[in-house]
Design a binder for this molecule. Structure first.
Ligand code: SF4
Length: 379
C-alpha cells in the first residue's frame, strides 16, 4: 500500500468558498407555493407520519403542471402512504446488527449507519424509520464500528450508509477515511448516497472533499460511490458533471435504484436512465424490487411486472448499459430474478446470509400479484 496522507479537513460550510450553489433545505410543505392551500393539510398529515425534506434544487426539477410528474411523486408526500401494509424493517436488519450502528450480514462486508438524515427524503425509502425522532439506530461514534471491524479480519468492505454519508461534514468524512486507511484488511469503502441527485454541488463546491477522496484512492484501497438516480430527469448537466468529478478523484461510480410505480416503471424510461447513466460513467449496478416497507405499497411493483419492465428495457440497451441485475434485498440475502415463464419464477442467490444458500438456484410458482419473496411458493 502507498503512504496515505489524508488531512483532516476544516469545517467550512460546503460550497461556501467556491461559489458553488449551496442547497436550501425545505422541511415545511407550506414553503412550496405550488402546493395549493387545500392540499396542504392532507399532505402534512402524511408528513407527520413519514418525514418530508427536499432541496430547493430538487424541487425545481418538478413539472408542477403535470399531476403525475415522476420527480414530484418521488419527493412530495402522497395520501396513499397512509396505507398501513408493510413493515418498518422489511429486510429484518435488526437481526444482523451485532452492535449499535453496525450491520454484518455477509462475512466480507460490514455496513455502518453513520448518519440519520439525507439531503431529501424519498417517499419510498425502505429505511424511513431512521428519520423518525425516536429512532436511535445510527451511531455517530465511529470508534465503536471501527473497533468491531478491526476485530473481524474477514471484513474487506465497509459500506457507509444511513441516511446519507455524503451529508456529513468533510471534516468527519476525512476522519473516517484516515481511520479506515489504517485497517489493512479493508480493501473497499463504499458510500451509498443520493446526494449527487439531490445536491450535485457537494463535491464541486468542496475542494477539501476532493482532496481527501483522491488521497484515499491513491492509498491502494478503492472507493465506490453507489449513487441513487431513479429517473433520467435527475441526470441534469450539473449531476453528470458531479459524477465526472468523483471519477476524477479515483472514485468508482455505480448506480442502484428500485423500480418505483409512477417514477421508472416504464421500459422506455428505465432504458433511458440506464443509457444516460452509462454514458455519464456511472454503470447501472442493481435494480431493486421495492421492499414491503410501511407506507410504500403505492410505490411498489409486483415481481413479475418488475421483471417484464426490466427485460423490455434491456432489449433497448447496448451491452455497456445493461449491466444491472434485478434483485430483491431479502432478509435471507440478495436474490437475483433471472427469469419468468408461464408457470415459474427463477431466482439465484447473489449474496446469501446462510452460506448454504450461496449461489443457490430457486424456482417459485408464478404469482403475478406477489410483490415480495415471502408471497411466493418455492417448488
Ligand atoms: S436517499 Fe436513500 S436513505 Fe435517503 S431517503 Fe432516499 S432511499 Fe432513503
Amino acid at each position: 500500500m502507498n503512504n496515505v496522507n489524508i488531512k483532516i479537513a476544516g469545517n467550512a460550510p460546503v460550497g461556501a468558498e467556491s461559489g458553488a450553489r449551496v442547497p436550501r433545505y425545505i422541511h415545511d410543505l407550506s414553503d412550496i407555493k405550488q402546493i395549493p392551500e387545500e392540499e396542504l393539510e392532507r399532505l402534512n398529515k402524511v408528513a407527520s407520519s413519514f418525514s418530508f425534506r427536499a432541496t430547493d434544487y430538487y424541487l425545481e426539477l418538478i413539472d408542477w403542471d403535470d399531476p403525475d410528474d415522476p420527480i414530484r411523486r418521488l419527493i412530495i408526500p402522497h395520501l396513499g402512504e397512509l396505507d398501513d401494509r408493510g413493515d418498518m424493517d422489511p429486510s429484518n436488519e435488526s437481526a444482523v446488527t451485532p452492535l449499535h450502528g453496525v450491520q454484518h450480514k455477509y462475512p466480507d462486508t460490514a455496513l455502518l449507519l453513520v448518519n440519520n438524515t439525507c439531503a431529501a427524503y424519498c417517499r419510498y425509502c425502505f429505511r424511513k424509520r431512521l428519520f423518525a425522532e425516536d429512532n436511535s439506530e445510527v451511531n455517530n461514534d465511529i470508534d465503536i464500528g471501527l473497533a468491531y471491524i478491526k476485530d473481524h479480519p474477514e471484513i474487506s468492505e465497509i459500506l457507509l450508509t444511513g441516511g446519507d454519508p455524503l451529508l456529513m461534514s468533510t471534516r468527519r468524512i476525512s476522519g473516517f477515511l484516515l481511520q479506515i486507511s489504517k485497517i489493512p484488511h479493508i480493501k473497499v469503502l463504499r458510500f451509498g448516497s443520493k446526494t449527487p441527485a439531490f445536491n450535485p454541488w457537494r463535491l464541486s463546491g468542496d475542494p477539501e472533499l476532493a482532496d481527501c477522496l483522491r488521497e484515499f484512492a491513491l492509498s491502494g484501497k478503492k472507493i465506490h460511490l453507489m449513487t441513487h438516480f431513479d429517473h433520467p430527469r435527475e441526470l441534469t448537466s450539473q449531476a453528470v458533471n458531479e459524477i465526472g468529478l468523483y471519477r476524477d478523484c479515483g472514485v468508482i461510480v455505480l448506480n442502484q435504484c428500485p423500480v418505483i410505480r409512477g417514477v421508472n416503471d416504464d421500459p422506455e424510461v428505465l432504458a433511458e436512465l440506464f443509457d444516460r447513466l452509462s454514458w455519464a460513467g456511472c454503470a447501472p449496478y442493481y435494480l431493486f424490487v421495492c421492499r414491503p416497507t410501511k407506507g410504500n405499497e403505492m410505490y411498489s411493483v409486483p415481481i413479475v411486472e418488475a421483471h417484464t419492465i426490466f427485460h423490455l428495457a434491456r432489449k433497448r440497451l447496448s451491452g455497456l448499459s445493461k449491466r444491472a441485475r434485478l434483485v430483491l434485498s431479502h432478509s435471507s440475502g440478495k436474490i437475483e430474478i433471472v427469469g419468468v415463464d408461464d408457470e415459474r419464477i427463477y431466482m439465484r442467490y447473489h449474496r446469501a446470509k446462510d452460506p448454504a444458500d450461496s449461489e443457490r438456484f430457486a424456482i417459485f410458482k408464478r404469482d403475478d400479484s406477489a410483490k415480495w419473496l415471502d408471497d411466493l411458493e418455492e417448488i
